[in-house]
Design a binder for this molecule. Structure first.
Ligand code: MN
Ligand code: MN
Ligand code: MN
Length: 280
């Protein structure tokens, strides 16, 4: 087993620059208190949280600049994590600007749909909850729950926000190859995020790994959040089969009794090479 596998690396989490509850600084402090050695903040389609920390001198954890890009593969939306990126690389910055415009259009579309369902003020409500960050569906969900339109976050998503079907045009998102290209142009490593979360059959999941590796992807998340040991084993096997390294993250968004805290997820199996083994 690679010695790096012993490290408590959390290479997937969100700050309030996207849909997380904590500021980048609070996230780093929380990670340090929980024994995380290596941390990547991977906000949805923005590096603002990473840039906010750029001036800080920290003893622990070590920070890996990251991002979680929304992309499309065939007719579904998938997520690609970029690690060890240069957050000011022009192709990535341009990509993030395109993503922000897509998200803004999508937020307006969600707002129009809600108006037709008799709910006013959702855009302003979501915008206020997003602060200076990008408006995401969880911000709309928070508005819907707090104003009583929905009883829970889950109900807000399934009843008003499209559930697994993303609102807006799929073609607005970059292709898998484009997203990997932005990460590569920023000197980073492209990681296929949570491959078990797309509702794919085993055959299609295998095809996704094939296309991801062919497009220059270097790793896949073998552990992301809470999952069964069986899922971990399956994903580890897929990494081996496709010559990919393995990543590990909590996908932490906020302190929550039913979601894992920073660093508090399963360790990687010994059969895979950690994506961070060159960085430690
Ligand atoms: Mn999120
Ligand atoms: Mn994701
Ligand atoms: Mn995420």
């Amino acid at each position: 087993m690679s010695p790096a596998a012993e490290n408590n690396a959390d290479l997937h989490c969100h700050s309030d620059a996207s849909d997380g509850a904590l500021s980048p600084t609070a996230l780093v402090r929380r990670a340090a208190a929980r024994g995380v050695d290596l941390l990547a903040i991977t906000d949805h389609d923005t590096v603002d949280g990473v840039l906010a920390l750029a001036g800080d001198s920290l003893s622990a954890p070590r920070l890996v600049p990251g991002i979680e890009l929304t992309a499309r593969w065939r007719r579904i939306v998938i997520h690609v994590v970029g690690l060890a990126i240069d957050p000011v690389a022009p192709p990535l910055v341009a990509g993030c600007a395109r993503q922000a415009a897509t998200r803004e259009r999508r937020a307006r579309l969600i707002d129009q749909r809600l108006v037709r369902q008799g709910i006013e003020g959702a855009y302003a409500g979501a915008r206020a909850r997003a602060g200076t960050g990008v408006v995401t569906r969880p911000h709309f969900a928070a508005f819907l729950v707090e104003t009583g339109a929905a009883r829970s976050h889950n109900e807000a998503f399934s009843r008003f926000l499209g559930g697994r079907r993303e609102p807006g045009r799929l073609d607005d998102w970059p292709t898998l190859g484009e997203a990997i290209g932005w990460i590569a142009a920023a000197g980073g490593v492209a990681v296929l995020a949570h491959p078990d979360k797309y509702g794919l059959t085993l055959t299609r999941r295998h095809e996704l790994f094939t296309d991801f590796a062919a497009a220059g992807g270097a790793a896949a998340e073998v552990v992301c959040g809470r999952q069964t040991a069986q899922v971990t084993d399956e994903l580890a096997r897929l990494c081996q089969r496709h010559g990919l390294r393995a990543s590990r993250g909590s996908d932490f968004h906020a302190p929550h009794p039913h979601a894992p805290d920073l660093g508090a997820v399963a360790m990687l199996p010994a059969s895979v090479e950690p994506v961070w083994s060159d960085w430690i």
